[in-house]
Design a protein around this ligand. Structure first.
Ligand code: HEC
Length: 466
């Protein structure tokens, strides 16, 4: 019951300490997983690209072509034995997903399928076929496993045959496509984590697709992966001095190719970093996040300068500096993601408390806490109720406690005082009493909020006075 384990069970208690522990473990897993996957994706892409350039070379496929040799070298040096793939590629990925689901227990994101269900694809009627679980997370694992399967067949074909056949391209493209799709699904899920204020309101995941920063996150992921792959290729193929003329010639070719690739993806990364900063949601930003984005841009600049100076002086290419700078870029990207998630997950702590309560009904009960109430307000009410006195879709919450409202009950106007019972009733059956001059559009929170949540919310509403 791996799936149920990840989604339903709260194994680590949702305290600040528990969350820090999961985050630390997640960080470790990424350190192991990312460089490996970067080389696999980069190796396949470079190999395909140069095989293609070899085929379409204006002078026809060359004899002893450096393109073909580079194509073969990248796929053989950047990818590993299937057992290593399992250890560094599949296992850490599974662990990352389980950890993420521990962080997301009790949110709509843990069971993303519930969002898909709302789109009326008829998923629910397949109930027996599709396990109830977070299958958009698991989908990425399936895609990645498929990708590695094709990658190994592609590599095997390369080693066993001299000529490059169309079937080669087909295998390579399938491998690359599956890997990219798998990591796109994963980064999409990861970027939704940064949108806590939308979790409860979104009925349609397509809104998240275009409303979140998942494209820029994927840009950061992919560019960093290709930078690592290019730096590793340069380092592995050119750090030993060439023994003869032919080798020298080939190394020159490798240096130019990898430096140009590095330059292209350094610029692409700078663009993704800038765009990400522009689209990232307020809940995920903090000064640390802005500093991390700045560090990424500075590292990009250093990388661009080092690659350009190396291109102008090919006999003194700075392989080591380039490798170190790409690794620093990777670490900065990871820490950046961690701090963004930390911010949005703090917002999410409030709902985790409630989930913990559900799992441990007899545990200590939390005193009504306006801070948790504020988070609940931001997640559930903010879109319609302001706290500064301005009118939204619903009345403002400023000075709401004990004020007199004119409401319509069964067609008749009535004056009531806002107290605990009235607020509870507004949340459970909002249509029973509708505030005069407002449309009856407030949804019922009977299923979304617990008794305890409502007490937190009321504690918060009491503080909104001027
Ligand atoms: C989709 C918009 C929407 C959301 C989301 C929403 N409300 Fe409302 N709310 C309204 C509207 C419109 C009214 C006025 C009409 C009515 O009473 O139904 C209202 C009225 C109320 C009232 C009565 C106010 C008064 O002055 O008498 C309370 C209390 C209230 N909402 C609390 C909440 C809380 C707490 C949340 C979040 C957990 C929330 N609402 C979320 C739209 C919303």
């Amino acid at each position: 019951m791996l799936i149920a384990f990840g989604v339903d069970e709260l194994i680590v208690h949702p305290t600040v300490g528990g969350i820090s522990l999961i985050k630390f473990l997640l960080f470790l897993m990424w350190i192991i997983h990312f460089p490996f996957i970067a080389m696999a994706i980069g190796g396949t892409l470079f190999s395909l690209l140069f095989a293609f350039m070899d085929k379409t070379h204006p002078k026809g496929p060359l004899k002893n072509s450096p393109f073909q040799r580079f194509s073969k070298d990248t796929i053989t040096t950047l990818t590993f034995h299937p057992s290593t793939t399992f250890l560094l590629g599949i296992l850490p990925l599974l662990t990352i997903i389980l950890f993420m689901q521990q962080l997301l227990v009790g949110t709509p994101l843990a069971d993303y399928s519930s969002l898909l269900g709302k789109m009326d694809f008829g998923f629910s009627s397949w109930g027996l076929l599709i396990p109830k679980g977070a299958y958009s997370w698991w989908l990425s694992v399936v895609l990645v496993i498929g990708g590695f399967l094709f990658l190994h067949i592609y590599k095997h074909k390369f080693i066993s045959q001299k000529e490059i056949h169309p079937i080669h391209f087909l295998l390579g493209f399938t491998a690359l496509g599956l890997l990219l799709l798998g990591y796109f699904t994963l980064t999409a899920n990861l970027s939704f984590v940064l949108y806590p204020t939308m979790w409860n309101l979104v009925d349609n995941p397509l809104i998240l697709l275009f409303g979140s920063n998942m494209l820029t996150q994927f840009g950061l992921f992919l560019n960093t992966a290709l930078l690592i792959a290019a730096a590793a290729t340069l380092y592995l193929l050119c750090s030993k001095p060439a023994e003869n003329e032919e080798e020298k010639h080939y190394q020159r070719f490798v240096k130019i190719s990898t430096l140009v690739i590095t330059l292209v993806f350094t610029f692409a990364n700078a663009a993704a970093t800038t765009l990400n900063l522009l689209v990232i949601e307020e809940a995920a930003t903090s000064s640390a996040v802005i500093v991390w984005h700045g560090i990424l841009l500075v590292l990009g600049l250093l990388l661009a300068i080092t690659s350009v100076t190396s291109l102008f002086d090919l006999s003194h290419v700075k392989h080591k500096s380039i490798l170190v700078l790409t690794i620093a870029t990777f670490l900065a990207m990871l820490l950046n993601l961690e701090s963004m998630q930390a911010n949005s997950l703090t917002e999410h702590l409030a709902s985790l408390y409630t989930t913990a309560k559900k799992h441990q009904p007899h545990g200590p009960s939390l005193a009504p806490d306006p801070k948790i109430g504020k988070k609940l307000y931001q997640q559930n009410c903010k879109t319609c109720h302001t706290i500064d006195g301005t009118k939204g879709a619903g009345p403002s919450f400023l000075n709401i406690w004990h004020r007199t409202s004119t409401v319509i009950i069964a067609g008749k106007e009535k004056q009531i005082t806002v107290d605990e019972n009235y607020i509870k009733e507004s949340l459970m059956s909002p249509k029973a009493a509708v505030v005069k001059n407002f449309a009856p559009i407030m949804p019922s929170f009977a299923k979304k909020l617990s008794e305890q949540d409502i007490l937190h919310l009321i504690a918060y509403l009491k503080t909104l006075k001027k």
